[in-house]
Design a binder for this molecule. Sequence first.
Ligand code: C5P
Length: 229
Amino acid sequence: MTPIDRLIIALDLPDTDKAQHIIDRIGEAGRFYKIGYQLMPVGGLDLARRLSAQGKKVFLDFKFHDIGATVERGVVSVCKLGGDFLTVHAEPDVLKGAVAGRGDDKRLKILGVTVLTSLDAAALKKSGIDIDLPDLVLRRAEFAAEAGADGVVASAQEAAAIKARFGDALDIVTPGVRPAGADANDQKRIVTPAAAIQAGADYLVVGRPIVSADNPAAAAAAISAEITV
Ligand code: C5P
């Protein structure tokens, strides 16, 4: 895998025209795009199909969280889109349902969301979750491995511990990445691209630093250049 294959660009944009415009401007500097809630209801699924047909890789960030049977049926339908990554929350029944729904379609990798990178210890405590954040991340990564999922979404700060425990059994996809000097926005646990890869991340998810840049292609290329493996 080259650095550019490890960079997933989050298309957090209000409509598919704006998304397509950014994709066109990024050109060869981007090969992997993430589509989430903002685009999903306004043509994002068609965009996912189009990108996939054009040979780009597609990360469907749907973060499913429901009873196992419902997740399973949902994932059977998602497989028809031709995506590469799909997120579900890293709870045992949710993960098992997703893995069952994916069945033999090994193209679609199931990723368990461990703890959102916008959350910190204080935010977890407020929700009544008293276990230490790194322990919670590892516990949820364990749920993902046990269910036969392909990877996890986790901050770089937890990537090393996940790599140490699970090795290549789980791909680690890391958001909350900011090039040196960039705006953190609402992310609470941020690291630079190089630090994230060094910590064990296999893929980086970067949104605003690229899609809000004056020159998105240059921003994407600069981040790829910071990914040294
Ligand atoms: O703009 P920014 O680089 O912060 O975007 C990060 C992307 O990664 C967003 O689409 C966000 O939803 C997603 N994400 C995250 N934390 C997770 C899982 C996904 O920030 N744990």
